[in-house]
Design a protein around this ligand. Sequence first.
Ligand code: NAP
Length: 322
Amino acid sequence: MSEAIHVLAVSKLSPLWTPQLHAAYTVHDRLHETDPAALERLAPQIRAIAASGESKVSAELIARLPALELISVMGVGYDGVDVAAAKARGITVTHTPNVLNDDVADLAIGLALCAARQLPQADRYVRDGSWAAKGPMPLARKLSGGRMGIVGMGRIGQAIATRALAFGMSVAYTARSAKPGLPYRYLPDAKALAAESDVLVVITPGGAATRKLINAEVLAALGKGRGEGILVNVARGSVVDEAALIDALEQGVIAGAGLDVFENEPQVPERLRAIPHVVLAPHIGSATGATRQAMADLAHGNLQAYFAGRPLLTPTPEYHTA
Ligand code: NAP
């Protein structure tokens, strides 16, 4: 591999990827932010972008890089990349599917359990002396045997479903289309699914097509007029109308929520942080050492394959339809 190949790292990348990246290429770290004039000079040499799942790769940035051929994203979601602009220029986008399915599914179940059984609150109850001072905690909600609704029955959605079965839960789902090969009930939209779910897990891609898919109406259906239902979001903050969710939690429309993702990360609204029956995580769906290493290796493997003229390991679906 040639160090003469120039790569622009568009955000702070994982330390599990950067050593391999710097060993193989000439890497310009966030030059578009730190020294736009230098980027202007180097632009004709930059052939690839290295990005994380949260990186923004705008049409404007793509237009500034005339030699750009490949965008390698370390993450399965690539809603930060202007795919239409990349595709129009024949630029390939790769991502890192599958290697993170287990971790994200584990976290979805973990958040569902935490929200139902109030585990973070229970921990605090012991630590702050409330147990000794006030006696037993208020009763929580049962998860096992309940109805799980999954919004997005793709790679991760299916991994969540198999875990839900182990909890004796029934599984139903919605997606853009029914999956006849799967043994779960399909419902046509999120509202219909919410009305028949005790726990609604959101695991679609982000982007314009899913923006605020989970709105006040869906939350009202989840609550069933009795303050029931738990929402778990491990997808993207944009998929849930965060203001409507805060209202629903404050007004007791739903019973609780477990959230890994937010509309304006890393900012989480004070009102949301103040709600006691919500469990919050700082976007840690794939954040284990083993999985992040596998994602880094795959993101790097895509760059290596491309510049060696080998088939890409994991191009995004848009590439296949280009
Ligand atoms: P996937 O295999 O592509 O599955 C996506 C699913 O969402 C598919 O079932 C798809 O429906 C459905 N979907 C897409 N657009 C929809 C819409 N407008 N309405 C309803 N359903 C829609 O993707 P994946 O690998 O499971 O990953 C899903 C997403 O999880 C990623 O894109 C990323 O945003 C998020 N994620 C989050 C974390 C985290 O750290 N919290 C980690 C990894 C991934 P069809 O099957 O009918 O096309």
